[in-house]
Design a protein. Structure first.
Length: 279
């Protein structure tokens, strides 16, 4: 990464301190709380909408290393580049082939996870449960070792985030979520074989629903819930949702390993029954 000038570095460091001072347990709970109580069995609700993905101003869903669109995230990113110059510290690209039938949408990069390594869900706890589960159900091959050169490969699966840049306190603002949807939309649209989206957490779920132009009242978030979305070019897309696989959710029992596996077992069965993989 290019180091800013001394004055720029001073401003960036000040921004990091200002953005990092206030962190409350209440805000963390609000981020991860998507439903009142855990559920052990997979539950399914189905709703249908007909839509057309909005035209995007940015091709292929790639924001570029120095995306300038969210001032707060830019300031935080620049501050991290000063503090940790060896980290990735840039919008994190999608991981996996655009030819995949499964797209997993997370919230945003973790500061010491994907923001550090440059690969979604790599470097912090959330990736341990996610990649272990993907391997169990045939969506990943190789050993996950929490680094981008661990040799892990995705099979018929792609992973992206609703917000590409790391947000302070892991809390993107609504305006940042809306702005970054300009990259989520084309990421979805370019996946011509897409059949299933798994949204991890309520924010990712809501962003996907908005991307498809569906009514949130008819497509509410619920762990292990399922909604059918229709897109003019892609056809029917099944949206499955899960609590986010964060350490907070697993430590508090909001999400258990069996609950998380239930979702991907259902996804595996859906893909195998509806359209067997050509891989």
């Amino acid at each position: 990464a290019i180091r800013p000038s001394v004055r720029h570095a001073h401003r960036a460091t000040s921004a990091l301190k200002a953005l990092s001072i206030h962190r409350s347990s209440c805000s963390v709970r609000r981020l991860h709380r998507n439903a009142p109580a855990p559920q052990s069995a997979l539950m399914t609700t189905i709703s249908k909408t007909r839509l057309k993905l909005p035209a995007m101003a940015f091709a292929a869903g790639k924001p570029g290393r120095d995306c300038p669109r969210c001032p707060r995230l830019v300031a935080y990113r620049e501050a991290l580049r000063v503090k940790e110059p060896k980290w990735f510290n840039a919008p994190v690209p999608s991981f996996g082939s655009a030819d995949a039938r499964l797209l997993i949408v997370g919230l945003a990069p973790g500061v010491q996870g994907a923001n550090r390594t440059g690969r979604p869900f790599t470097g912090d706890y959330a990736g341990v449960l996610l990649y272990e589960t993907l391997s169990l159900y045939g969506f990943a091959n190789g050993k996950f070792d929490a680094r981008i050169d661990d040799g892990l490969e995705l099979t018929d699966c792609r992973i992206t985030n609703a917000v590409r840049c790391v947000p302070p306190e892991n809390k993107p603002l609504p305006v940042e979520i809306n702005t970054c949807r300009d990259f989520l939309n084309p990421t979805i649209a370019e996946m011509k074989k897409l059949r299933v989206i798994v949204a991890l957490g309520g924010i990712a779920h809501a962003s996907v629903v908005t991307a498809f132009g569906a009514k949130k009242s008819k497509t509410p978030f619920k762990h292990a819930g399922k909604h059918m979305l229709e897109e003019q070019n892609l056809g029917s897309i099944a949206l499955f949702s899960s609590y986010h696989c964060s350490r907070y959710n697993t430590n508090t029992g909001v999400l258990t390993t069996p609950m998380f596996r239930d979702v991907f077992e259902k996804v595996r069965r859906y893909l195998d029954e509806k359209q067997p993989s050509a891989l």
